[in-house]
Design a protein around this ligand. Structure first.
Ligand code: PMV
Length: 312
C-alpha cells in the first residue's frame, strides 16, 4: 500500500490584481489535505485501476470513465512520466478534507496527491516541478484558464510569489507566522467575481489600473516583509490590501464584519482572501491573540475557522 498527501492553499495578497498582471502571494495550508491511497489487488487484472473517491461520490474503473476526467488524466499523465509498463491491478482511494470551491485549492491538491501516490508506488517519486506541471494540465480541465498559483503552492508546499504567465517563484520565510482562515458561510464564485471586476474595470480603466498597481506593490512589499520576518509590517500590508479590495468592489458587509472583529480582537492584519463577494477571510495572529480572534470570528458569524502556521 502507498499513501500520499497534498495540502490546501490560501491567497495572502494580490487577488484580482493578479488577473491584470500584478504579483500575488499564496501559502500552503497543512491543516487540510487531500490523500491518495494505492493498494495492489493480487487477483485482479494487470494494468487496471479502480478509483474509489467517496468524498465526491465517485467510483469506477479508470478505463471506463471519460478521457478528460481530471482523475483519469492525473493517472495517465503520471504514468507517462515514469518508466512503468505493466503493473498488478490497483485500487486508488481518494479522500480530502479540503473544502470544495472555497479557494483552498482542493482540485490541485487531489491531483498532486494522486501524482505523488502513483509515482511513489513505483519508486519514481516525481519532483515538485513535474508534479506542478502535471497538476496544471488538470487544473485547465477543472477551471478553464487557471493562473497556476494553486498547483505551484501545493506542489512545492512553500509560499509562492506569482505573476501570471511567469514561472512562479517559491520563497523562504524569515519567521513562521499564523493565520486564521474564516469562512463567511456565503458561497463565492471566482468566475462571477472576476467578471464583475472586469465589467467595473472596463468602465473606469484608469481608476482600476491604479488600484491594481497599488495591490501589486503590496504583494511585492509583503514578500519582502515575510522574507525578513517582519510580521507587524505584513499585518499592515494585509489591512491596506483589504482597503483596496473594498475599493475594487469585492468585499461584502459579512466579510467586513469578520475582518473588523478580527482586528478589534488583536489580529495584526485581516482581509478577504480569494475571489471575495463571500468565501474566506484571513487574519494574521500570534500565540497571544489567536484564541481571542478565533472566538471573535465565531461570534461575528464565521461558519468555520482554520488556524494554520506558515513555516519554511
Ligand atoms: O478562487 P481563489 O481563492 O483561488 O481566488 C481567485 C483569485 C482571483 O485573483 C480572483 C482569480 C484568479 O484567477 O487569480
Amino acid at each position: 500500500m502507498t499513501s500520499a498527501t497534498a495540502p490546501g492553499k490560501v491567497i495572502l495578497c494580490g487577488e484580482h490584481a493578479v488577473v491584470y498582471g500584478q504579483p500575488a502571494l499564496a501559502v500552503p495550508v497543512r491543516q487540510v489535505e487531500a490523500r491518495a491511497i494505492l493498494t495492489e489487488m493480487v487477483e485482479g487484472e494487470h494494468g487496471c485501476i479502480f478509483i474509489h473517491a467517496p468524498d465526491i461520490q465517485f467510483h469506477g474503473w479508470m478505463h471506463e470513465i471519460a478521457p478528460d476526467n481530471p482523475i483519469r488524466k492525473a493517472i495517465q499523465l503520471t504514468l507517462e512520466m515514469i518508466p512503468v509498463q505493466d503493473f498488478p491491478e490497483l485500487k486508488l482511494e481518494i479522500r480530502s478534507s479540503i473544502p470544495i470551491a472555497s479557494g483552498m485549492g482542493s482540485s490541485a491538491a487531489i491531483s498532486i496527491a494522486i501524482i505523488r501516490a502513483l509515482s511513489g508506488h513505483f519508486d519514481y517519486l516525481l519532483p515538485p516541478e513535474i508534479q506542478s506541471q502535471i497538476a496544471f494540465e488538470i487544473e485547465k480541465l477543472y477551471h478553464g484558464t487557471p493562473s497556476g498559483i494553486d498547483n505551484t503552492t501545493i506542489a512545492y508546499e512553500r509560499p509562492v510569489y506569482f505573476i501570471r504567465g511567469d514561472e512562479p517563484i517559491p520563497f523562504e520565510i524569515g519567521a513562521p507566522f499564523q493565520l486564521i482562515i474564516a469562512d463567511s458561510g456565503i458561497a463565492s464564485s471566482t468566475s462571477e467575481a472576476v467578471s464583475k471586476v472586469r465589467e467595473l474595470w472596463s468602465k473606469d480603466k484608469s481608476r482600476y489600473e491604479n488600484l491594481f498597481n497599488q495591490i501589486g506593490s503590496i504583494s511585492h512589499s509583503a514578500q519582502r516583509a515575510i522574507k525578513a520576518g517582519q510580521i507587524h509590517l505584513l499585518g499592515s500590508l494585509l489591512n491596506h490590501n483589504q482597503e483596496l479590495l473594498k475599493a475594487i468592489g469585492v468585499s461584502t458587509p459579512q466579510l467586513e464584519r469578520l475582518i473588523q472583529s478580527a482586528r478589534e480582537n488583536g489580529a495584526l492584519g485581516a482581509k478577504l482572501s480569494g475571489a471575495g463577494l463571500g468565501g474566506n477571510t484571513i487574519s494574521l495572529v500570534t500565540d497571544e491573540t489567536s484564541e481571542a480572534v478565533l472566538a471573535a470570528l465565531h461570534e461575528a458569524g464565521a461558519a468555520g475557522t482554520i488556524l494554520t502556521k506558515v513555516e519554511v
